[in-house]
Design a protein around this ligand. Structure first.
Ligand SMILES: Nc1ncnc2c1ncn2[C@@H]1O[C@H](COP(=O)(O)OP(=O)(O)OP(=O)(O)O)[C@@H](O)[C@H]1O
Ligand SMILES: [Mg+2]
Length: 328
């Protein structure tokens, strides 16, 4: 479980305390604290530039913090960096696959880098190729792989040395929904086998599906943490959601729904906080009825992680922002 104040104990896999990092004048981490227990999955959720990759780079010893400290698998990331590196696997935001080598060669190469016993390597490689559904493509150069295959290969490479702790920086960005789901299953499977996983994501549903705990980070600071349902509870009220029959009603309905309402031109949906629960829906429907506005559907909706994010950061997630920009 991610808590701010727990002490180091045998079951703590990662602890970050007051991590700070600046690039020139720009402070990109302003004191990041969290704890991650062995065998659990923690998602670092945040918009572009929030400091997710910087945090991962510090924890994986690729970057030194300016201030603060962190331990991974019980080892200090600065003073015991070699031991930390021996405990972790890392899949970066941009795949570390060598395009000119085959999938098999990529995995073998990592095994050699980790000095795994040469006699074990071929079998370990075969197992990983199988586990990540890459057997058919194993002897093709990786440059012929699709994005999803490359991601899977990248993940397989980070697992060669059977690390206790795995860092996944945006593991499914750019994947189609089916490949994403397949990768999610693989990640869950790893956690079930006891691997501790710290992942970053911009996708709410990814955090929701995978993470035992979520840390929301924005502008280099942890702004919320808890389980998905705890965060949703923080986002508070339910929302009313009406879908219109006619695009021309959008503007007036948005007005009737109040200052905090938002609308989507594509789906013709208007939503607003339902501070009084069902009563709020009833009120809005009364107004729409009086204005003789035909509806496709109306509902009361529980908050999603997207709502949480919006409530916490004051801005939508990148996906939402992109949608809104498209329709502006
Ligand atoms: N090597 C660097 N030199 C200068 N600035 C950097 C460097 N690396 C990161 N930054 C800046 O630090 C901030 C945090 O970057 P970081 O990569 O940690 O964000 P992120 O949360 O991973 O974002 P994204 O979702 O886009 O991957 C950004 O403003 C970025 O421009
Ligand atoms: Mg990043």
């Amino acid at each position: 479980m991610a808590t701010k104040h727990s002490r180091i104990s045998a079951s703590v896999a990662i602890q970050a305390k007051g991590l700070r990092k600046s690039y020139g004048e720009q402070q990109v981490l302003k004191g990041v604290d969290f704890t991650l227990e062995q065998g659990s999955i923690l998602a670092l959720l945040g918009p572009n530039g929030a400091g997710k990759t910087t945090t991962i780079r510090i924890l994986s010893t690729l970057l030194k913090p300016d201030e603060g400290s962190a331990s991974v698998n019980g080892f200090d990331v600065v003073k015991k960096s070699a031991q930390v590196r021996a405990s972790i696997g890392l899949t970066g935001q941009f795949a570390a696959v060598d395009d000119y080598m085959t999938g098999r060669e990529n995995i073998l190469m990592i095994g050699q880098l980790y000095h795994l016993p040469a006699e074990d390597l071929p079998e370990r490689t075969r197992d990983l190729l199988e586990q990540f559904d890459l057997v058919d493509a194993a002897d093709r150069p990786a440059r012929t792989y699709s994005g999803g295959m490359k991601r899977r290969l990248d993940l397989a490479m980070s697992l060669v040395a059977s690390p206790a702790i795995l860092f996944l920086d945006e593991p499914t960005t750019g994947l189609d929904p089916r490949s994403r789901l397949a990768l999610w299953h693989m990640i869950k499977e790893l956690a079930r086998g006891g691997t501790t996983i710290l992942l970053t994501t911009q996708y709410m549903e990814e955090a929701e599906y995978l993470a035992d705990n979520v840390i929301v980070i924005d502008h280099g600071q942890v702004i919320a943490e808890g389980t998905v349902s705890e965060l949703k509870a923080q986002a508070g009220a339910e929302r009313v959601e009406v879908t219109l029959k006619r695009a021309k009603d959008l503007h007036v309905v948005r007005k009737l729904a109040g200052a905090e309402a938002s609308s989507d031109e594509e789906t013709l949906m208007v939503t607003a906080p339902a501070r009084k629960g069902a009563e709020s829906l009833y009120e809005l429907l009364g107004k729409l009825n009086t204005a003789k506005i035909p509806l496709e559907s109306a509902a009361l909706r529980r908050p999603t992680l997207d709502d949480v994010f919006l409530a916490l950061t004051g801005h939508a997630t990148e996906e939402e922002a992109a949608k809104e920009a498209k329709h502006a």
